[in-house]
Design a protein around this ligand. Structure first.
Ligand code: PLP
Length: 415
């Protein structure tokens, strides 16, 4: 007999039903800017408004307003523990992944000394490169690079053993590239890092929008992601083991608690944004079939099931776009070529200004932005000779009509 979970699980993504939950899609814009940030379902906006306008005080247990603040924090930690398969006691709220990475890099640097080594990669968004380079410079550490091979779209893991040495203290690596979508082999990188006693800090901002995450299985000691990339409000999350967090001592105010994870969350928490971020997880969990109010039951299993539906849907649309792009080869170069990757496509043009192409698409209400998207090192490593490219990223609410409009717009812009 099937359990309640199986009965509630759909076998294909109902994209029409999903789209109906996003009031902003009534604008008629076809959004291919998911890697920059997704649209927001009504449930998320409602959770923010409900929390903020309901009775709300500082955290405590005396009256409903204090309890509401406390409950919002507890629900947030529980939701992100389910999303990332992490310990709720190690879930840290942050304003952005950039801020969390800076904060954790400074706290870790207190334990590092001149001559220690850090590893960064040419596949990473600058948020997981520059903070490490800057602390390395301050401490006098050596920085080593895992290089990107543009031909495969992947990191040169044949150099992994050389780059990660006995002196490496931390490897900072992306879960997936926000430029070309490539997903490096994190367990392999983490195994090498752990062999020499180094920590692994994973930028999961792009990956968490496309994969079911299991931080331990990936080998991540520290994992950051940003809910605004998957239906939530503009904020971020750090997941780590409470024991690791206990060993770090960020600068903090004297009267504020030294408890973990609060030690890392400076000032009063934005309970309303935390409630919105929790609602985003519940919306994702409900994609596999359950009504959103039931989504917290078996939430981890529902999240995994939802992710499988979304991945299948995005891959089908991605393949439609890729077939079209391949037919345009000669006019453009597709740089998203890795075997393991998300549905994020990046192209440069032979004889077109990518900003002009993006403007031509925008004139049709198709949003596929041009730029390099803070992927400073990957863009340089690709060696395109161009100034920028065009990024087409798929989100769960994209449908075939969106793709039709994108492809027609591209043909017109290149005609
Ligand atoms: C892969 C990746 N890492 C980090 C960031 C920075 O995230 P945040 O805006 O939360 O600092 C982004 C934002 O686009 C990203 O795509």
């Amino acid at each position: 007999m099937l359990g309640s979970m199986e009965q509630a699980t759909a076998t294909a993504l109902d994209v029409e039903a999903l789209r109906a939950r996003f009031p902003s899609l009534a604008s008629g814009i076809a959004h291919f800017d998911g890697p920059g940030g997704t649209q927001t379902p009504a449930e998320v906006g409602e959770a923010i408004a409900r929390t903020l306008t309901g009775p709300l005080s500082n955290r405590g247990s005396s009256v409903a307003s204090e309890r509401n603040a406390d409950a919002a924090v507890a629900a947030f930690r529980a939701a992100y523990a389910d999303l990332l398969r992490a310990d709720p006691r190690g879930i840290v709220y942050g304003r952005s992944a950039t801020q969390l990475t800076y904060d954790v890099s400074r706290a870790l640097a207190k334990q590092w000394a001149a001559g220690d080594e850090l590893v960064v990669t040419q596949l990473d968004h600058d948020a997981n490169v520059r903070p490490w380079l800057q602390v390395a410079e301050r401490v006098g550490m050596t920085v080593r690079w895992l290089r990107l091979d543009p031909a495969t779209g992947q990191l040169r893991l044949d150099e992994l053993d050389e780059v990660v040495t006995e002196r490496t203290r931390l490897v900072a690596v992306t879960g997936a590239s926000n430029l070309i979508g490539s997903k490096p082999d994190l367990p392999r990188i983490a195994a090498r890092a752990h062999e020499v006693g180094a920590l692994v800090h994973v930028d999961g901002v792009h990956l968490a929008a496309h994969d079911a995450i299991d931080v331990a299985a990936l080998g991540a000691d520290l994992f950051v992601c940003s809910p605004y990339k998957f239906f939530g409000p503009h904020c971020a999350v750090l997941a780590a083991s409470p024991e690791l967090l206990e060993s770090l001592h960020p600068d903090k105010l004297l009267p504020s608690t030294d408890a973990v994870p609060e030690r890392f969350e400076l000032g009063t928490l934005p309970y309303e944004l935390m409630a919105g971020a929790t609602a985003a997880v519940d919306v994702i969990a409900s994609i596999a079939g359950a009504p959103v109010e039931d989504a917290q039951r078996d939430r981890r299993e529902r999240l995994v099931a939802a992710n499988a539906l979304v991945e299948h849907h995005e891959r089908r649309l991605r393949e439609r776009i890729e077939v079209h792009l391949r037919a345009l080869e000669g006019r453009l170069t597709l740089h998203s070529v890795a075997e393991e990757r998300t549905s994020t496509l990046f192209v440069t043009f032979r004889d077109r200004d990518p900003f002009a192409v993006a403007r031509a698409l925008a004139a049709r209400d198709v949003l596929a932005p041009a730029g390099t998207f803070y992927a400073h090192e990957p863009f340089l490593a690709l060696g395109t000779g161009a100034e920028a490219g065009l990024r087409m990223g798929l989100a769960p609410y994209n449908d075939d009509t969106d793709v039709d409009r994108l492809l027609e717009g591209l043909d017109a812009a290149l005609a």
